[in-house]
Design a protein around this ligand. Structure first.
Ligand SMILES: C[S@@+](CC[C@H](N)C(=O)[O-])C[C@H]1O[C@@H](n2cnc3c(N)ncnc32)[C@H](O)[C@@H]1O
Length: 704
């Protein structure tokens, strides 16, 4: 079911106990759910106040109540009188009834003037529903303004960003005259927990045949939401049915919203939307969206068979490695190290951390490709010699099998079962080209620097050997994502050791918020272009310099701007230049907010770019990257690393966020520490700051 659409007719539904009628009509039009009033009607009887009977209670099954109904709280419950009491008996009883019925969402009205009391009520209701199957949709009268976002983010933070509160963005009846501004502000809203989008029927125009249609500008907006929010967004058509063509008016057994639904389906089926949502990659990623995972530790732990198998499906990574090895081989020929007119036709290849052998295969393929070019020239083909070094004993069994079974491998490949830091090889076996992939989502977080330095120190490489990768650079950017913040908080209740099961010792809040997670960020907005953190180069030019080590510190700064990182999407995927240009236009010509409109930062997103090889003799280089600016499209081996902030910070107008990040070690483990401060650009004065997260690696570390 690609699109989930419901309706909210003008007269409150269900309050006369006719929810079954309403739902049947909606279903006749293929709508998935209806909004009904939660008002319970009572009357005075000689025996006291009695509820009026409702037919629908028995007419609908519990699964219908829990899959097809969204409840709307009575507006009277939000009178200033009720709000000033800081609570509302009506809200409580309506919400309790919704929870009893298994209704999945109840709608809170948009924030009124009496905001502190409203927030208190919202927060206490968010706590009331937690643990039940019911959540809250907070209505937002969406406007592309600073004030709109500001009030919503303020209310969410006063509710401690409770995970039970989602947003229902209600579009105004009149569309905004600046599409760019609308998109830029929507991008910012997608860092908050957007659950639903409500479109009033009056927003639709009427086409020649009387059917509803949207203006070109609104089509762009709706398609943008579809692409960015995916099929998780719940759509609501609201208001009077204005566009039903005459011949359909007779059908009283339908909701009258079919044409609106069909129009949304039509937008959903457009190629620019389906290309994003229905491609192979989107399907493969679906279950990973916003799902936090502990980063792998391939050095301390031994990877499983299935994990290797998943890596090996990547269509881009091994292709780029193969091309990088080919470039290095051709460089060696051009620089007369081997092949060509030299006497030496042997090239020593070494894959360190060979796993189940895909880089061995890619490297041998590169030699084959080079040798194929020799057939049509007077160049001599090369004889490869390959050492495959691996410390995972189970992967070593796999490698030995490959050597025995793969045609031609037995003559050229030798497997060394050892940690590369301790491996010993003969003088004649030392590597000309060392190939490795020991990279994590943040580049160095799987300890590639320490492993490759170790391999260099154990003398596995010739003095003039080259390394593929040649370098890797980690990148960091602020991330606005209430969802990921909530998910990180939720980790506090998981067992510290998966083997202990759900009844094990909880992880605890501090640890949960001081741990970086691998995650395919989705309900998120990367608020700025990522900036460089740490660079590691191999072979390591500082290997024998006692004053140099692999610890690092960097401070990078991100100024508030009115683009809110438009173009960076959710922090995963290639930077979208076109979107960024839209944002720039909104800032300059279409009423941007002026320098530095604000945004909430819930954490940091880490990524990397690795230069596999840059040719010395040809103007060519090969990379793999998950940094949005240089993202390797189609590569899916890595998702970004999310560093949560214990408490989100607000990057307000005229301010900048300073991100401090350390990579530290003590010979036994490596860890990151991080903090964020907000200062005023004008005078550098401090507005707010977070504590340094994970001091001394107390919550998270990677074993050496
Ligand atoms: C990310 S996997 C890559 C495997 C394979 N090269 C591929 O691309 O599919 C890293 C591999 O390096 C191995 N490894 C990590 N540190 C190592 C070390 N110090 N010595 C030897 N192997 C190591 C791990 O066991 C794992 O098989």
């Amino acid at each position: 079911m690609p699109l989930v659409v419901g309706c909210n007719p003008p007269t409150p539904l269900g309050q006369h106990g006719n929810t079954d009628d309403v739902l049947n009509k909606a279903r006749a039009d293929s709508l998935t759910f209806v909004l009904i009033s939660l008002t319970q009607h009572q009357q005075q009887t000689p025996h006291g106040l009695m509820h009026l009977p409702r037919r629908d209670l028995a007419a609908l099954s519990s699964s219908e109540w829990s899959n097809s109904i969204v409840g709307v709280l009575s507006p009277s419950a939000f009178s200033s009188e009720n709000l000033s009491l800081g609570s509302s008996a009506t809200v409580r009883s309506e919400v309790e009834w919704a929870m009893h019925m298994g209704i999945p969402a109840v709608v809170f009205p948009a924030v009124p003037n009496n905001a502190p009391n409203f927030s208190r009520l919202l927060h206490s209701t968010a706590l009331l529903v937690s643990g039940s199957g019911t959540s809250i949709w907070l209505d937002v009268n969406f406007e592309p303004t600073e004030a709109c976002y500001g009030s919503v983010q303020g209310i969410l933070s006063s509710c401690d960003n409770a995970s039970t509160i989602g947003l229902n963005l209600r579009f105004p009846e009149q569309e905004s005259n600046s599409i760019n501004k609308t998109l830029v502000h929507l991008n910012r809203f997608f860092g908050l927990p957007v659950k639903g989008v409500t479109l009033p029927t009056s927003l639709f125009l009427t086409n020649k045949k009387g059917y509803p249609t949207l203006s070109k500008k609104m089509q762009v907006v709706i398609e943008w939401i579809m692409k960015r929010g995916g099929d998780k967004i719940r759509w609501v058509i609201e208001g009077e049915q204005k566009h039903v063509p005459a011949e359909d008016n007779s059908q009283n057994n339908t909701s009258g919203y079919l044409n609106y639904l069909q129009y949304l389906f039509h937008l959903r089926s457009r190629s620019d939307v389906t290309e994003v949502l229905d491609c192979e990659e989107a399907r493969a990623e679906a279950s990973y969206l916003d799902y936090l995972q502990a980063p792998l530790q391939p050095l301390a732990d031994n990877l499983e068979f299935g994990t290797y198998e998943t890596f090996e499906r990547d269509p881009v990574k091994y292709r780029n490695y193969e091309s990088a090895v080919l470039l290095a081989i051709r460089d060696g020929v051009n620089l007369q190290k081997w092949g060509g007119s030299t006497n030496n036709n042997v090239v020593n290849l070494m894959v360190v951390g060979a796993g189940r052998g895909p880089l061995v295969r890619a490297s041998l393929n590169a030699v084959k490709r080079y040798n194929a070019t020799c057939l049509s020239s007077d160049l001599h083909p090369l004889t490869p010699r390959m050492l495959a070094v691996e410390k995972n004993p189970s992967a070593v069994i796999f490698l030995h099998s490959l050597v025995a079974l793969e045609p031609g491998w037995a003559e050229v490949v030798r497997v060394i079962s050892s940690d590369m830091r301790d491996a010993v090889v003969g003088e004649e076996e030392k590597a000309d080209i060392v190939v490795s992939e020991l990279l994590g989502s943040f580049g160095d977080n799987e300890l590639s620097p320490e492993c490759l330095d170790g391999a260099e120190k154990s003398g596995l490489m010739k003095p003039d050997a080259v390394s593929i990768p040649t370098n890797y650079i980690s990148f960091i950017a602020p991330l606005s994502s209430a969802k990921l913040h909530q998910e990180a908080k939720a980790q506090a209740y998981s067992a510290t050791d998966g083997a202990h099961g759900p009844m094990g010792q909880p992880f605890g809040f501090l640890r949960a918020m001081e741990t970086p997670y691998v995650v395919r960020s989705h309900a998120a907005a990367q608020t700025h272009i990522e900036k460089e953190c740490f660079t590691y180069v191999h072979p390591n030019p500082d290997l024998n310099d006692p004053t140099k080590c692999n610890s690092r510190f960097v401070r990078v700064e991100f100024e508030a701007d009115e683009k809110y990182g438009m173009g960076n999407g959710s922090g995963y995927g290639l930077y979208n230049k076109q979107e960024a240009e839209l944002a720039a236009a909104a800032g300059e010509g279409e009423g941007g907010e002026g320098a530095g409109a604000g945004i909430t930062i819930h954490g940091l997103t880490g990524s990397f770019d690795s230069l596999l090889y840059r040719s010395e003799t040809e103007n060519l280089e090969e990379h793999i990257s998950i940094a949005p600016q240089t993202f390797s499209v189609g590569m899916f081996s890595w998702f970004p690393l999310f560093f949560p902030l214990r408490d989100p910070v607000f990057l307000g107008p005229g301010c900048k966020a300073g991100v401090n990040i350390w990579r530290l070690g003590n010979g036994k483990k490596i860890w990151y520490e991080w903090s964020v401060d907000i200062t005023k650009i004008i005078d550098g004065s401090l507005v707010s700051s977070t504590p340094v997260h994970n001091p001394n690696g107390r919550s998270y570390q990677v074993g050496l």
